[in-house]
Design a protein around this ligand. Sequence first.
Ligand code: FES
Length: 155
Amino acid sequence: MQKIIEKIMRFHEEEKGSLIPILQAVQKECGYISEEAVNAIAKGIKMSEHEIYGVATFYAQFRFTKPGDHQIRVCVGTACHVRGGEQIMEMVEKTLNIKSGETTPDSIFSLESVACMGCCALAPVMVIDNKIYGNVASPAVDNILSHYRSPNVEE
Ligand code: FES
């Protein structure tokens, strides 16, 4: 990871104005913004780690925990909300014992909420990696997640 960050820092040179593109590049390459990355960026562009977290946490696009093997996105947009999206989110949180924005301790799943997946006719919608699950019912959540716990699951 250190070499990736160094390469990104060289590419963006030592300018404070480069912080957002640097953070985007690090997240693209590493999947998240680690403490190690923030430390290296702080040294590279001469900002404090506190300042970097202050900017980065303002943007919802940045994540600070390592993503799991499978990314779960539960839609809580209007159409999904009306058709039970919040209950789907609660069921996923309860089943995995994590909250939105967290990763399970075994690093299998990461969970996040999204505002709309662009397929409102299928509401409520849950997406795991790139697979869309439409018209999801709360009792089906555990069964869907079980499929991804299998070591032979295709992504
Ligand atoms: S509101 Fe959920 S897919 Fe559009």
